[in-house]
Design a protein around this ligand. Structure first.
Ligand SMILES: Cc1cc2nc3c(=O)[nH]c(=O)nc-3n(C[C@H](O)[C@H](O)[C@H](O)COP(=O)(O)OP(=O)(O)OC[C@H]3O[C@@H](n4cnc5c(N)ncnc54)[C@H](O)[C@@H]3O)c2cc1C
Length: 557
């Protein structure tokens, strides 16, 4: 009895006092980690509560129809004893093994199961969802939403509405972010169970072309497979020679929100660095951004970056471009940082430093050589348009196979891999993968950029609609934006687009659809957009190309 553990309802977000609508286990049942135990129903939908670890159910503490909240006892579990370290010989076989349960991996696994394949999904961490759900897209966007509300409230003073300075309850803030993540990861565990996807916890590596070995809590086990989908993702790059100190953070540590430092240095002016800079700035840190290259969001069209840069130059303590960090030295009063560049000081002290200098794919950590799988020196695994590696039965997707390292690219590639294995004749053939920096203002782009067109010598016809002329942007106080469309000269077929301004990340989707459907300027201009909206700026930009714009006066050429 003393070794039994109590399994309680975890943090399930804002919902309390919810009904148990299914009890999926009984005393005496053996359960595996993450196997669903009970199903709850609230106004917000159903939620399955998984087993935190493998074992045997000894006592049930809830029944059908009872109501529970966070912390309510569900059952007592006798945990499974760890097995010996010897590799188990009763190796199961799977039709498809998916290595890694990030957005690429879980999508591939679910699609493969929906297509009737027998699927094992292997993940080293307790929670499904990978970087995106646990320490990437979702927690960062949850915090960015809060940052946006704070900065909007501050700006309302221009319109005659004053709120006092925000008072932060950091523990509540963290709890809000964690609850969103928890809800989504629990949802994934339920989706896996309903589809019959077997989830195995442990660090996996290939040991032959048809077998992986997984180091589970009960010891190593081997799983044979007919097909594998590798979705092991990527990890944050460290600065060479950077010392170990909790005040020198990667994005995961920064999202843990241990404290709001007085002064924060963000090393790296890319998407992740600038998004987290926006969070900490809104929460009260004095932020400095240092970037090795001469531009923020390097590679993005300068006219899209300019409104963002102008805004953060006013808000942040400093932005040092073309500047290199040459050393980080932890001291009692903070981290002493030395700089080399035209503008930065020789050195300065910050309470915390966020290193956001890029990510490296995990291709070098999955035993590729044992299977004869080719991995390039950067850690990427090469694939064809059907996500097939150099081994015809092994597929790879997501951050592991190349840029852009984005969740929506990973999920689409995951579906392609699963469908190819199921015998469908499909390929990854996206004309555009949109990118979004969820900064303030947001920057979004897709398809061909002006910078790429110039580099590749591609002629384009450009149409720009400034948001200063948008009634909705003016009314909403976000007139510093612009919408830019690039067309093929002559046919005026859409080739690419960029938007900077509020909700740019939402607005760009219409243009992705337009590009995928081969739309031209007239298609976009003649599609009636609701007034007054920011989406109108897309049609207005197309009208600029067509010469039919009436919301601006453009002298005839
Ligand atoms: C702070 C931050 C914010 C981001 N914001 C966005 C955003 O807003 N939008 C967007 O599109 N993208 C965003 N990204 C990028 C996005 O998170 C990734 O592109 C996406 O998660 C990649 O998905 P994936 O499935 O390829 O890999 P991952 O999400 O990295 O998942 C890989 C999984 O494999 C597991 N794994 C790895 N090796 C092993 C092993 N040997 N054995 C078992 N399991 C293993 C890992 O634990 C992990 O769960 C962000 C990233 C960060 C860091």
């Amino acid at each position: 009895m003393s070794q039994w553990i109590e399994v309680r309802v975890p943090d399930i977000g804002d919902v309390q006092d919810v009904e148990v609508i299914e009890v999926l286990v009984a005393p005496g049942d053996a359960v595996t980690t993450d196997q669903s135990l009970i199903v709850l129903e609230s106004d917000e939908g159903t939620l399955e509560i998984p087993a935190p670890r493998a074992g045997v159910v000894r006592e049930l503490a809830v029944g059908l129809g009872e109501r529970v909240s966070e912390g309510s006892l569900i059952l007592r579990l006798e945990p499974a004893a760890p097995a010996s370290a010897a590799v188990r010989s009763d190796a199961p076989r799977a039709g498809v093994v998916v290595l890694g349960a990030g957005p690429g991996g879980y999508t591939a696994a679910f699609r493969a199961a929906d297509l009737g394949l027998d699927v094992v999904l292997v993940e080293r961490y307790e929670k499904l969802g990978g970087v995106c759900l646990n320490v990437g897209c979702i927690p960062s966007k949850t915090l960015l939403h809060l940052a946006e509300v704070i900065s909007e409230a501050r700006e309302l003073s221009r319109a005659g509405i004053e709120f006092g300075p925000p008072r932060l309850d950091l523990a509540k803030l963290r709890a809000r972010k964690d609850a969103v993540v928890q809800r989504l990861t629990l949802g994934l565990a339920g989706l896996a169970r309903r589809r019959g996807v077997k989830v195995v916890r442990g660090e996996a590596r290939l040991v032959s072309p048809h077998e992986i070995e997984v180091t589970t809590v009960s010891g190593p086990t081997r799983i044979g497979f007919q097909h594998a989908i590798l979705a092991a993702g990527s990890r944050a790059l460290r600065l060479p020679g950077s010392p170990e100190d909790p005040r020198i953070m990667d994005s995961t540590a920064a999202l843990a929100l241990e404290e709001i430092p007085q002064r924060l240095l963000v090393i790296g002016g890319g998407i992740i660095g600038l998004e987290l800079a926006a969070v900490f700035s809104a929460l009260g840190s004095r932020v400095t951004v240092v970037e090795l290259l001469p531009a923020l969001l390097a590679g993005t069209d300068p006219d899209l970056v300019k409104p963002l840069q102008q805004r953060i130059e006013k808000r942040y303590e400093n932005i040092f471009l073309s500047t290199q960090v040459t050393s980080l030295e932890p001291r009692q009063d903070g981290v002493r940082v030395t700089f080399e560049g035209p503008k930065g000081p020789p050195s300065d002290v910050f309470q915390r430093v966020l290193v956001a200098v890029g990510r490296r794919p995990n291709g070098d950590q999955i035993g590729a050589e044992a299977a004869g799988l080719q991995v390039d020196p950067r850690g990427f695994i090469g694939v064809d348009s059907q996500q097939r590696t150099n081994l015809p039965h092994v597929f790879a997707i997501g951050d592991l196979v190349g840029e852009p390292m984005l969740a929506h690219k990973a999920t689409h590639e995951g579906k392609v891999a699963a469908e190819v294995i199921a015998g469908q004749s499909v390929a990854f053939d996206a004309r555009a993968i949109p990118s979004v920096a969820y900064t303030d203002p947001e920057v979004a782009w897709m398809g061909l950029s002006e910078t790429q067109a110039a580099e590749r010598g591609i002629a384009v016809e450009k149409a720009v609609f400034p948001w200063l002329a948008s009634a909705r942007a003016l009314g909403s106080g976000c007139e510093e934006g612009l919408t830019k469309l690039l067309f093929e000269p002559g046919s005026r077929r859409l080739l690419g687009a960029g938007i900077v301004g509020r909700n740019a990340g939402e607005l760009i989707s219409e243009l992705v659809v337009a590009l995928e459907m081969g739309a031209d300027a007239a298609d976009i201009a003649l599609s009636i957009h609701p007034h007054p909206t920011l989406s109108e700026t897309l049609a207005f930009a197309a009208e600029m190309a067509e010469g039919t714009i009436t919301d601006l006066y453009v002298p005839k050429r």
